[in-house]
Design a protein around this ligand. Sequence first.
Ligand SMILES: Cc1ncc(COP(=O)(O)O)c(C=O)c1O
Length: 414
Amino acid sequence: MDVPDDLARRAADLDVEHADAYRRELFSLPADLVYLDGNSLGALPRAVPAALADVAERQWGDRLIRSWNESDWWGAPERVGDRIGRLVGAAPGQVVVTDSTSVNLFKVFVAAARMRPQRRVVLTDPDSFPTDLYVLDGAARLAGLTVERVPPAEVATRLGQLGPDVALVSYSSVDYRTGELWDLPELTRIAHELGALACWDLCHSAGVVDVRLDDHGADLAVGCGYKYLNGGPGAPAFVYVRSEHQATFDSPITGWHGHVRPFAMEGAFDPAGGITRARVGTGPMLSILALEAALSAYDGLSVPAVRARSLSLTRFFVECLDALGHGDSVATPRDDGRRGSQVAVRHPEAYAVVQALMARGVIGDFREPDLVRLGFAPLYVSHHDAARAAVAVAEVVDGQEYEREEFRARATVT
Ligand SMILES: Cc1ncc(COP(=O)(O)O)c(C=O)c1O
């Protein structure tokens, strides 16, 4: 995988220009690997194993039950939530780490319906990540809502037609397949114009896109901890409830961690104030604390600087594909304002292309039906990595390496 000199020089210049948000030394990554799957599972921050060893050996092994107080395990969901809040533009007290994205989606969908009891329609993207669609359909059955699947570009028109029937507009900030970035400020604004609430799935934007939830008036949001936040496989998720909605946030899953007096052990649910009412039961403490340690990789970084580096990486990767004669296969918008932190490349044998790339030390993933998905986690991916990946794509495709039998057997996880 020899990178042509002109691309190598440009990569070096861009790496200098955007050095402020590059922290690969904080991650434990094999030296030569080009890891472009941080939009699926983030890399391991070096801070995590040491933190986990302390949690397991000292806090759990030695201090045992006392750690709930001594190490403030009890307050960890809100504490870690506030750290994520900084990355998504939420002032403290509006984000809590709890449950999975799927479960949090269920909570916010039903709670939103209860905040708009006279309205019966929810708008969502037909191309949403499947769990969002499944959970919304399930929540709608319970709450008596009708779900309409409307592409983001048609939301304004449909809202105009339905008017005051719409309770909620629920979209992902970034399309998980194509990497297209939707206009969160504008969609939120038009939802509000007609009195609807706006909920955002930030799985593909938290930590890489400057979503500024507070500034743009988002009502509710969810996101996962295992992609760009690097919390590890199955890391707990987060939920954002704008402070002005917290008093009326009526979760359908009322567990004791969301109770105002959890240790009074009362027989009836009385919700805690603030974001705490979005908690349910005892969280996976090892995972929550691993996520907390992982977030230290963002300490001192400004989200706009991370976003600038992310855009530079994806822009440069597309530029390399153009230079190598593969620009036509790019499925992701070239306009910076419409791109998240990934580039998707179309190919009829995309699955086998991904396997062939992996054999060359370039890791991405495959999404049906024909997408090679390459995520650029700005903290540990360099412009030189981007150039190497583009060369690998060109060589795999031009050399028809994807035809090889060994690259065609499907694994469970793609
Ligand atoms: C946009 C989006 N929402 C939700 C999920 C997954 O939700 P969960 O963490 O509950 O499996 C993903 C996973 O990739 C995703 O991309």
